[in-house]
Design a protein around this ligand. Structure first.
Ligand SMILES: *[C@@H]1O[C@H](CO)[C@@H](O)[C@H](O)[C@H]1NC(C)=O
Ligand SMILES: *[C@@H]1O[C@H](CO)[C@@H](O)[C@H](O)[C@H]1NC(C)=O
Ligand SMILES: *[C@@H]1O[C@H](CO)[C@@H](O)[C@H](O)[C@H]1NC(C)=O
Ligand SMILES: *[C@@H]1O[C@H](CO)[C@@H](O)[C@H](O)[C@H]1NC(C)=O
Ligand SMILES: [Zn+2]
Length: 473
């Protein structure tokens, strides 16, 4: 009886089946991925969306997405926890000291020139410092990539840019919900649907701005989180409208969180000019008044004097020589980092001459500070459903994205092992063509029905035989 059953199953399993055709001819370039059914991938970043921002606001669309997909407790961003450095870690899987985009501000210590966030986007040599963002890697391996407003989009890497791109104009309103929807229409309708792109990164400048201006605990920030939530609903509707739900994976995350700045005579602020023994005359170049982290290049022979004056001068200011920065922060090895690095505790910021910064919220703090952790959600055909996972590091998102896209990653600091459990387990097909899911399911159904049919038949035969034997006895 068992033999018959095995024979039936064997017959159905060995019946020939046709693998789904690939979207393009990547298989020619990547023999290792022959037969890999690649889904598209959309990476979305909402700047400054702290891990717990959904706790004090109704977020029906985020909740629905968590039911349909994966929610991580939080993700630990790279240090320094600010926009350009952190986003470039998302795109490369490298720690900041390894990719070289060490600050939002490009600077030249000789000429004293500084470029703010926006103008720094166009300094190719600043971004192209040895690490390739995932768009370029994907393009080199035959895929089509796009990027809208994502930090790093404007730069050229080894002579190549992300081919489909939109860089925001200089004075762009990053909070306008109507514009957000137009951008989404472009990415989903034009780029994914019409132009058939494989990977797109999409950036929104909120709720960072609301968090800075009004503080992370303000009603304005909560309102902005509702705008983000509506936007997530809009994105998923658009994807549905274009019939992409079963072919498009979405990862939604952020570059960092936000923490309340303490002021108003309650605390002693950190103001370098007030520190005894410290003098700006000893400084060749300074990067201060930019949140909780500052960097100094002392004049020749002044390093020790400056260091000794600052060290221990304020109970909430950590003063390091570059090489002393804790290794876990991965912010000491790059030649662009200045010899003295100042890091303030949560609640404090590093002021130079005067406390000019009036932000109610700031980021840039140690990435172990809970307020700096970012949110992470994912949904799509390759992700498990209704799954809550433990935290991981932002560097681990890059190998996950490369895996989803079926491309060979560049050298990176992440581990696929830390994020792969979010995915629907795939059988190892050992290089053979993967059987399309529908066919597999149908075969299982046919096989099982045949087997059950046989069992029923055998049951009837044996039972009637036994009965016949019994009646005979
Ligand atoms: C493979 O892709 C290249 C470049 O995109 C194209 O020129 C070529 O015709 C394609 N070959 C096949 C067999 O599809
Ligand atoms: C800074 O400016 C100096 C003088 O113009 C120049 O020699 C040097 O290459 C510049 N460094 C960077 C990083 O642009
Ligand atoms: C990265 O930048 C540093 C300093 O600006 C420079 O010395 C180094 O050569 C660059 N490395 C690459 C690979 O571009
Ligand atoms: C928002 O953007 C839309 C479309 O670009 C524009 O028409 C509208 O005036 C903007 N609203 C505000 C308040 O700036
Ligand atoms: Zn910010």
């Amino acid at each position: 009886m068992l033999l018959v059953l095995l024979a039936v199953l064997g017959l159905t399993a060995s019946s020939p089946c046709i693998a789904a055709p690939l979207g393009d001819n990547v298989s020619d370039l990547q023999p290792v991925f022959t037969g890999f059914t690649r889904n598209k991938l959309l990476l979305i970043s909402f700047d400054g969306f702290r891990w717990d921002y959904d706790r004090d606001v109704e977020t029906p669309y985020l909740d629905k997405m968590a039911q349909d997909g994966v929610k991580a407790a939080y993700v630990t961003p790279a240090f320094l926890t600010i926009t350009s450095p952190s986003h470039f870690t998302m795109l490369t899987g490298r720690h900041i000291e390894n990719h070289g985009v060490i600050h939002n501000i490009w600077f030249n210590t000789t000429t004293q020139e500084k470029k703010q966030y926006y103008m720094t986007q166009f300094v190719d040599s600043y971004w192209d410092n040895g690490s390739l963002p995932i768009w370029i890697t994907a393009q080199r391996q035959g895929l089509k990539a796009g990027s809208l407003h994502f930090p790093g989009t404007a730069a050229t890497y080894k002579g190549e840019t992300v081919r489909v791109r939109q860089v925001e104009p200089r004075f762009y309103d990053h909070s306008n919900e109507t514009d957000w929807r137009l951008n989404i229409d472009k990415v989903i309708g034009e780029w994914f649907h019409q132009q058939d792109l494989d990977f797109v990164s999409l950036y929104f400048g909120e709720p960072d701005l609301a968090g800075h201006s009004f503080g992370p605990d303000s009603p304005e920030r909560r309102e902005m989180v509702q705008q983000v939530d509506r936007t997530i609903g809009y994105i998923r509707d658009k994807i549905q409208d274009h019939g992409l739900t079963d072919r498009l994976n979405i990862i939604i995350t952020a570059d960092h969180g936000m923490s309340t700045v303490l002021r108003g005579g309650l605390v002693e602020e950190i103001i370098l000019s007030k520190i005894p023994g410290f003098s700006f005359r000893d400084i060749q170049f300074q990067l201060l008044d930019y949140g909780p982290v500052g960097m100094l290049l002392p004049k020749e022979g002044m390093l020790e004097k400056v260091y000794q004056a600052l060290k221990g001068a304020h109970p909430h200011l950590h003063v390091y020589k570059k090489e002393e920065v804790p290794a876990r922060l991965h912010y000491s090895k790059h030649p662009r980092l200045l010899p003295i690095i100042l890091i303030a505790d949560p609640g404090y910021i590093v002021n130079g001459l005067l406390p000019l910064n009036s932000n109610k919220g700031e980021h840039g703090f140690d990435n172990e500070v809970m307020d700096m952790k970012a949110f992470f959600r994912a949904v799509g055909p390759d992700f498990q459903k209704n799954l809550m996972v433990d935290p991981f590091d932002m560097v681990d998102v890059y190998p996950l994205m490369c895996h989803l896209l079926g491309i060979n990653p560049e050298i990176n600091d992440g581990k696929l092992h830390n994020t792969k459990h979010m995915l629907v387990p795939k059988e190892n097909t050992g290089g053979n063509n993967e059987i399309p899911k529908k066919n597999t399911q149908m075969e299982v159904v046919i096989g099982l029905s045949a087997a059950i049919g046989f069992l029923v038949l055998l049951f009837i035969i044996t039972t009637s035989y036994n009965m016949w034997k019994r009646t005979k006895a």
